[in-house]
Design a binder for this molecule. Sequence first.
Ligand SMILES: [Zn+2]
Length: 332
Amino acid sequence: MLLRQLIITTIVLSAFITCGEKKSTQPSISTTSHPKTIYSFKFSEDSAYSHVVKQVLFGPRIPGTESHSQCADWIVSKLSRWADTAFVQEGTVRRFDGKELPIKNIIATFGNGSNRWLLVAHWDTRPWADQDTIRIDQPIAGADDGASGVAIILELARQWSQNPPPVPIDILLVDAEDQGPPSWEEVESKPEHWALGTQYWIKNPHRPLKSFKGGILLDMVGAHNPSFLMEGVSMQYAGWVLRDVWQVANKLGYSHLFIFLEGPPVTDDHYFLNLAGIPTIDIINLNPSTPHGFAPHWHTHRDSIPIISKHTLKAVGTTVGAWLNQASNVVP
Ligand SMILES: [Zn+2]
């Protein structure tokens, strides 16, 4: 994924620096909408961590490679055991340079009926380390960018196999999110170059798009000391979801990670889901102090196992699980 407008970074950066701790600059939040609710969700950070390690050990998950195919088989075997249904949607998409990529979107379902929630992460990894200074033409391990979101969703599915979720949920693990042009490529970067698996799914959904009340995308949700700012596209299309999720995270004690501060808009899978009419938020690690707006390990070889924090995995997993427990009460 990439930032939609770099200029916004500058604005946010200055806001970040000058606002500091001042409460008055934060979006107003109601503290009364969930007055007596105690939020909780059983989530094993050890299990989620092991799911990150497992994916990374397959090697880079680049469409068309053996590692990619083996990892897909492993994810499907897990979801087949834990969800009501699990299957692969195979297709072909065209990369920015015209190359055809064979993709596998992995889908799993819990419960029946409409008013469903869509839980999304990309499971492919970047074929280049184009933000690094070494081995920039080599693929990254993608422990955070790819594996972390999938790992949290797999652990949620494992928990739901024991205690089914109170709302119907579809898991959509999309392929080919991160195959956009590398920084050295002389092509104009367009949103359409990214999130190819999601764009394919929107044209070929496994059930009508109107079945979904909303969605949550997890992208780069596993690193040490992340800052989950209120990402711009999420705020524009699904602010009612975003504010509520942030509120639950804060009540669970994760105010140091889920920060009530608006961040820049990002071209990511949720961008296309929102355009297609599914209000979807992106929980994503945004860092206003770097030139690109993401954490320093973004699209580098530092995005490997040591970057992963069990505390962060637990914070995100518990928040999403606890929030979905009461999602039927949430209204736009
Ligand atoms: Zn990425």
